[in-house]
Structures are given as structure tokens and as C-alpha cells.
Design a protein around this ligand. Structure first.
Ligand code: BG6
Length: 506
């Protein structure tokens, strides 16, 4: 990895500096980059917020965030002091008022002058989506984004609410900015194991020859959470699992598993191959939604021995809400490699286990030469990609059980990141922030990716929006989701594999 000293001077402006994201994710990530000597030597952070907070007060709050959320634990006083000296200025003001941006411009220009260099500028919008448009407009008015090569803007999700609104937002941004300045975050793409899917597939000759419809039976992608909506009920109740997780994180994992090999490892090539996948997703027929999609909402239940409330009882949630907290889809990719191979996706809150993984199930051998008695414990070959919490890869295969009888049993070969590299991988936000600082957009979403992903789920959004569910809440907290999710996969003679493996591993 390049040492930060080799990077040009960077000014990072965070809009929403006193907010939750800055406190919980951005500053702990920047702090760890700093400790790893990856931030540029000339590096200045400017915090902009509607609330008035002085530099010292903000530093204090951010230290609290680092102590709670940094992967390295509590900050050491001298290290924190060195890092926090990079937070040079706070600017309080209304984001709708151009005067705030003129203040900001003055602060940035004076920093440039004191360094006497041409800096790169990163504007991070850690703000609600409703004010994004005004911030971009005012940055333009204050001439802060004219230098297209040296200014980059980072946008958090949600990026639109459906295809039409995402398209409109892209158009608005592209009126003022070029695509190369826009960094749309999907934090899943910063996770080590998600990136490792590319390394696993394209740096090894072993699997790619069998990575298609001839050898693969189906693919399952699960992102299960134990948490409920926590303090985000206000946002979540207008979003739901399909928009919050499937449109972005799960479809990005699917793209990495299904994409064609890139000709080169650069941002545009990789993003182009991924978007090919999203565009090839077969439109879900709206009159057969039940065969392709399942939705659920958690009721009260038990999680790890504790009683938890249902979604309707969560703060800031409408007690009659019909928002889904669980979604499962069956998708097909219409191309040569994947024709008629189902991809089953599911995600939900308050599920039994926190686990994100993709499982590729291979077809059975063409001819079973072993007697039926040998095959009582037979399981198909599986490749398990564990994204979190136990990052790694496992291959499940048949082995002969020791003994005089011929009995086969399914065994596994497991690689774990922790065991192999003996180091904690960087947090997703560390990887992504460093990429923005360096100007590498490979792990960020291009306009066409975002829109194709919305396009893929649009039939389900429409169908669910048109007909309210009659059975919510339909799964207890601590379970694996509603019965309709089991039916979705069982209708094809298959089953969700993940709970089996969690039990199996213990
Ligand atoms: C976010 C969603 O994008 O991802 C949250 O908005 C979700 O609802 C979170 O909890 C999950 O991320 P992770 O990294 O904890 O798996």
C-alpha cells in the first residue's frame, strides 16, 4: 500500500460533521488510516454542520466515537492529539444558504495559502438525502467544484427511492459535476471479503472453468442481521429491506459473483462488467410476484435469551406500518453463463444470527457409482463465501468416513482471514475513504449501476406498493424469516442452507 506521504495534499470537508455517521464511522476510519500512515502528510479536515460546534468541542465528541467504534479500541492520548490536529476548522451554517459555502471557501483558500500547494478537495455529504441537491448547487455557486480533476464528492445512500428518483438525482448531479467526480458509497464494496470475491475468481485458475450454468446448480446470498431498526425507525419506515439492503448491498454481491472477467483492473472496466450483470437480470413478472419474492416484518420474540419488541413497537415507526423488514428474491440472469440458474437473495432484521454469506451450490456428479447405503449423509458440493462475521471461504466436499463400511460424509476445507493473515482487516469505511482520497472509484457505484439496480427491483417495489400485506408481523424476532421465504425456495426443491452451516460449525 502506498504510504500517505506520497499522496498530494488533501482537504476533506465533512457536511454533517456533528452527525451520527461522522462520529460512528468516518472519524474512526480516518483515525485508523492515520495510524497506518496512509493519510497524506498535508491533510486537513473541515467540519460543516447546521449546529454550532467549535473545533475543541467537536474533537471531544469525535474522540468518544473513536473510543467506542475504532477497531483498535480506545485511542492513545498522544496519537489522538496528533490526529485531531488535522481537524482544523468547523463551519456552522445553513446548508441552504450560500453564505455558509462562502465561509467554507474562505477557510479552504486560506489553508491552501498556508501550505502553498494545489490541494485535492473531497466533499463528503454525511447528510440526509433531502439536502444533497442544495449542497451541490451551493458548492457550485461558491466555485468550489469547478476544478473537475481535483474535487470529488462522496454521496451516502439512499441514492433515490426508486428508478425514477435515482435517475432524476443523477441528472441533477451531472448538471453540475462530471461522473468522475461522483463517489456513491455502498459500504459493502469496502468489505475485505466482498473484494476478495474478485481475487478468488480472477486470480485463481481453479474455479473459473466451472463457474457457470453447466456446473452450478444455484447461488444463495444471505445478509442476516440480529439488530432491529435501532434509532433509525424514521428513515427505515420509509425504506424497508428491499430498498435498504437488496437494491444496493445484495445486488452488488450478486454482480461480483456473476460478472464476466474484466480485461483490466480499472474502475471503468470493473464497473462495466458489473453493470452488464444488473442489466441482464430477467424482469420479474408482476403477475407472479409470489413465486419470485417474499416479504416479512418482525414481531416480538427472543434473541440470545432476551425478549425484544416487534417492529410496530420500535421508536419512530408507525404502529400500523406495512414496511418490510425482511425480503427474499429469486432472480435469473439472462446471459450465456447463467441462463436459468436461480440466484436466491434474502435479508432481514431481527433474524436468528448475524451472518452475511454467499453460497454457490454445485450440481451433483453426473453418475452415482457408490451404493445408496454409502450416500446417506450426502450433501452437494458447496462453496461458501463468508463475508461476516467470520470472514473466510469454505469448500464442502464428500469424503469417505473411516471404517470398513463405505460411507460418505460431507466435510469442509476452510480458510479464514483471521487464521491466515493474523491481522484485523480494515473497516469498509477505511478502504473506501482511502480510495476517495486517492481518487480511485473502482469500489463506488456509477450512475448506470445504481439505476440498473433500481430497475431490477422495480417490479417488486411496484407490486408490494400496490397491495398491502395482510399478515404483518409474520415472523417472530429470532427466527429465520416468514414461511413464505421457505416456500420461495422450496417450490424449486431447494432449501436455504445457511442455518444448517451455522449449526454445523459450532
Ligand atoms: C446499511 C443499512 O446500509 O447496512 C442498515 O442501511 C444495515 O440498515 C447496515 O443495518 C448493515 O451493514 P453491516 O456492515 O453491519 O452489515
Amino acid at each position: 500500500m502506498t504510504n500517505g506521504n506520497e499522496l498530494p495534499a488533501v482537504e476533506l470537508v465533512i457536511f454533517g460533521a456533528a452527525g451520527d455517521l461522522t462520529w460512528r464511522k468516518l472519524i474512526p476510519a480516518l483515525y485508523n488510516l492515520f495510524l497506518d500512515h496512509l493519510t497524506p502528510e498535508k491533510f486537513a479536515i473541515f467540519g460543516v454542520d447546521a449546529k454550532h460546534v467549535g473545533v475543541e468541542e467537536l474533537q471531544k465528541r469525535l474522540l468518544d466515537g473513536v473510543n467506542q467504534f475504532s477497531r483498535r479500541g480506545k485511542a492513545k492520548p498522544d496519537e489522538w492529539k496528533a490526529f485531531s490536529s488535522h481537524l482544523v476548522s468547523t463551519i456552522a451554517g445553513n446548508f441552504n444558504d450560500v453564505a455558509t459555502f462562502e465561509d467554507l471557501a474562505r477557510a479552504l483558500n486560506s489553508q491552501d495559502k498556508s501550505w502553498d500547494v494545489h490541494t485535492e478537495r473531497v466533499f463528503y455529504l454525511a447528510t440526509p438525502p433531502s439536502i444533497v441537491e442544495n449542497i451541490v448547487h451551493n458548492l457550485g455557486t461558491a466555485h468550489l467544484i469547478n476544478d473537475r480533476k481535483r474535487t470529488r464528492l462522496v454521496f451516502e445512500k439512499p441514492f433515490g427511492h426508486n428508478l425514477a428518483s435515482a435517475h432524476e438525482l443523477n441528472q441533477i448531479l451531472l448538471n453540475t459535476l462530471t461522473e468522475s467526480q461522483i463517489y456513491r458509497i455502498d459500504h459493502y464494496l469496502g468489505k475485505e471479503t466482498v473484494q476478495n470475491i474478485l481475487a478468488f475468481r480472477f486470480a485463481n485458475a481453479l474455479f473459473e472453468p466451472i463457474w457457470d450454468r453447466r456446473y452450478i446448480d444455484h447461488v444463495q446470498i444471505t445478509v442476516a442481521e440480529q439488530v432491529g431498526v435501532e434509532h433509525r425507525g424514521g428513515y427505515y419506515d420509509h425504506s424497508g429491506a428491499l430498498r435498504d439492503m437488496i437494491q444496493n448491498h445484495l445486488l452488488q454481491i450478486l454482480s461480483l459473483i456473476a460478472m464476466e472477467p474484466p480485461a483490466a483492473f480499472n474502475a471503468d472496466e470493473i464497473r462495466a462488467r458489473k453493470v452488464d450483470v444488473l442489466r441482464a437480470i430477467r424482469p420479474i413478472p408482476t403477475d407472479q410476484i409470489h413465486q419470485y419474492a417474499s416479504r416479512g416484518q418482525y414481531g416480538p420474540g427472543w434473541l440470545e435469551g432476551e425478549r425484544v419488541v416487534g417492529y410496530h413497537q420500535e421508536p419512530d415507526v408507525d404502529p400500523n406500518s406495512v414496511t418490510e423488514t425482511f425480503a427474499a428474491l429469486k432472480l435469473f440472469i439472462d446471459n450465456w453463463r447463467w441462463q436459468d440458474i436461480p440466484f436466491y437473495l434474502r435479508t432481514g432484521k431481527r433474524l436468528a444470527q448475524k451472518v452475511s454469506q454467499a453460497i454457490i451450490q454445485f450440481r451433483p456428479v453426473p453418475h452415482q457409482s457408490f451404493p445408496a447405503s454409502a450416500n446417506q449423509d450426502w450433501l452437494p458440493n458447496l462453496l461458501e463465501i463468508d463475508i461476516q462475521p467470520d470472514e473466510g471461504i469454505a469448500i464442502h466436499f464428500q469424503a469417505k468416513q473411516p471404517g470398513v463400511d463405505l460411507r460418505l460424509s460431507s466435510q469442509e476445507m476452510r480458510f479464514t482471514y483471521a487464521g491466515a493473515f493474523k491481522t484485523t482487516p480494515p473497516e469498509a469505511y477505511e478502504t473506501l475513504l482511502l480510495d476517495v482520497i486517492r481518487g480511485d472509484a473502482t469500489l463506488f457505484m456509477r450512475a448506470d449501476q445504481v439505476e440498473s439496480a433500481w430497475g431490477a427491483i422495480e417490479p417488486v417495489l411496484d407490486a408490494w406498493g400496490n397491495v398491502a400485506p395482510s399478515d404483518f408481523p409474520n415472523y417472530p424476532s429470532g427466527s429465520w424469516g416468514p414461511p413464505s421465504a421457505e416456500a420461495l425456495i422450496a417450490q424449486d426443491g431447494r432449501q436455504w442452507l445457511q442455518p444448517i452451516f451455522v449449526e454445523h460449525k459450532e
